[in-house]
Design a protein around this ligand. Sequence first.
Ligand code: ADE
Ligand code: ZN
Length: 315
Amino acid sequence: MAGWHELPKAELHLHLEGSVTQETMRLLAPDLSEDEIRARYSFGNFAGFLECFGWVVKRIRTPEDYALITRQLLADLERQNVRYAEITLSAGVVLWKKQEFGPIYDAVQRAARSSPVEVQWNVDAIRHFGVEHVMQVAELAAERVGDGVVSFGIGGDEARGPAEWFTDVYRFAHEKGLRLTAHAGEAAGPESVWRALELGAERIGHGIRSVEDSALLKHLRDRDIPLEISITSNVATGVVASLAEHPVRRIYDAGVPIVLNTDDPGIFGTTLEREYEIAATAFGFSDAELQQIAGNGFRYAFRIDRGRGDLRNVH
Ligand code: ADE
Ligand code: ZN
């Protein structure tokens, strides 16, 4: 396929805050120089990335700022023929900044409704801030089920916020009708993915280190649990040593369902079209395989009408 534009695509793992490009940051923080922003956007490892993410989110200050970045992201998705997006909004960060979540959610939801891209929100918490924080976020998400919020997840540092802390939170979220996802097996090993599955996660954010555990690969394949793969992200954060070592091909060949995503496109300088291009050129995915993977973006969506939600039974 000449380009990946024509293919109707979906994004299932995409952080609103991480969509802020260096150019957009200049609009949010006009006092900063281009050089300073460039320096803040460069990092060499996962801890450095989390620091960069924290720096970016602190500069998204008002509901209007959130609306601006939502409009910019959606215009970008529309240009790429992305028809459907589950966008992660970090309510955890909003609480950390001591801001009110309601006006921010209303602003992003209003911006989303005026885009032709269909949007559902995944509300996520910062796992290394602990159980109480994560429960507060789940409560904010639960209040908005049926009003654009479809799922709940956890991001941040897996090592400092292990999944087993959050059993009660995930049970609560499930009972409130939220679909469940979790970052796992990104910076930590396959045991972190097993723990996320025990929580009831129906999709795994990244999950690339599942490749180290053949029983886990088989489990994901047999239970039809997809990994939300973001190749450029994993190289940029250093959780894989190089592009050539990314396990996407091995995971796919093991029969595990995958979707391709950008994670934090503004920070990593990527697009969804580019992720498809990399899959084709660096990993030899054929047009037919990429069409099937693009279809997975819709197949594994959490939205009620086409997702598998009503068929699944967790806990
Ligand atoms: N928050 C934003 N992007 C993330 C990632 N890739 N891993 C963990 N937390 C994140
Ligand atoms: Zn992520």
